[in-house]
Write a protein that binds this ligand. Structure first.
Ligand SMILES: C[S@@+](CC[C@H](N)C(=O)[O-])C[C@H]1O[C@@H](n2cnc3c(N)ncnc32)[C@H](O)[C@@H]1O
Length: 262
């Protein structure tokens, strides 16, 4: 028996190990025991997933998946259940990664959980059929850069995306240009806006930027992701599209090591 399984040899031992690995953000069910039954968002992310699970291909046989900000691996595990051949989960938090490895081991799911920040994903040197980028954007000081990096280095086809949103849910048509002397569009509710959080939001100092809906959709488009489904308020399924490289240089300002200097 492998050491991780030893730690779950009885229900009591498993419950104890779950407690030692906590606190958990994902309420997983490991051999019937819930990891975060008192979650402030309810049975999370199961309740969230229920709103968009049908938008993701049900059969991922032979496909590869990268789960950025995987936490305890809820989405990685779900994609493995759909037959994904290769699943890689990355997160910056070693405690969450320990939880993910434990849950995957007990589920007999072969998933690579790596400690890695989204800023370093070029180092993976691999593109994935499905990139999951759920609940991370607003935790980043440089959100658009993250989308650029995903587009440039790891996405091949689909991206499942979620961000917290605040402000207006209206969407105004985007004009190709705005004259500096005409009435400014910026105060119209449907104009894309990001709200900057200097200190904390929801008692969390890792919340930096909260976009409104128009801003989420504009950022996805601007980074080369075509929105193909919007199954749940905050969740989008996108498809990678080529983007024109502007004449003044690559779209992404953070080129991989070894790329030619201009
Ligand atoms: C709100 S949780 C979302 C977890 C999961 N993706 C979900 O939707 O349930 C944000 C996760 O992103 C991770 N994270 C934060 N900054 C990150 C970064 N720069 N690179 C990778 N992961 C990051 C956190 O450790 C945390 O696990």
């Amino acid at each position: 028996m492998c050491p991780l399984r030893d730690l779950a040899a009885t229900d009591e031992a498993l419950a104890h190990q779950i407690q030692i690995l906590g606190p958990w953000f994902h309420n997983l069910r490991i051999n019937g025991i819930e990891t975060a039954p008192e979650h402030f968002l309810g049975d999370y992310p199961q309740v969230k997933f229920a709103g968009f699970r049908d938008a993701i291909p049900s059969d991922l046989t032979g496909k590869s998946v990268l789960d950025i900000g995987c936490n305890a691996g809820f989405y990685s595990l779900e994609m493995k259940k759909r037959g994904a051949e290769r699943v890689v989960g990355i997160d910056t938090d070693e405690r969450y990664l320990r939880q993910a490895r434990f849950a995957a081991e007990l589920a007999d799911a072969e998933i690579d959980f790596l400690r890695m920040t989204v800023w370093d994903i070029a180092a993976l040197q691999e593109r994935f059929d499905l990139v999951i980028f759920m609940g991370v954007l607003y935790h980043l000081r440089h959100p658009l850069l993250a989308l650029d990096l995903i587009h440039e280095h790891v996405a091949r086809d689909l991206m499942l995306f979620q961000s917290m949103q605040r402000g207006s849910r209206e969407i105004s048509p985007v004009q190709p240009d705005y004259d500096v002397n005409s009435a400014a569009p910026f105060d119209s509710p449907g104009y894309p806006k990001m709200h900057f959080i200097e200190h904390r939001y929801s008692h969390d100092e890792t919340n930096w930027w909260v976009p409104n809906r128009a801003c989420v959709e504009a950022m996805l488009r601007s980074s080369g992701f075509l929105i193909v489904a919007h199954p749940e308020d905050e969740v989008y399924l996108c498809r990678w599209q080529p983007i024109d490289i502007p004449p003044d240089g690559p779209h992404c300002v953070y080129p991989p090591k070894g790329s030619p200097q201009k």
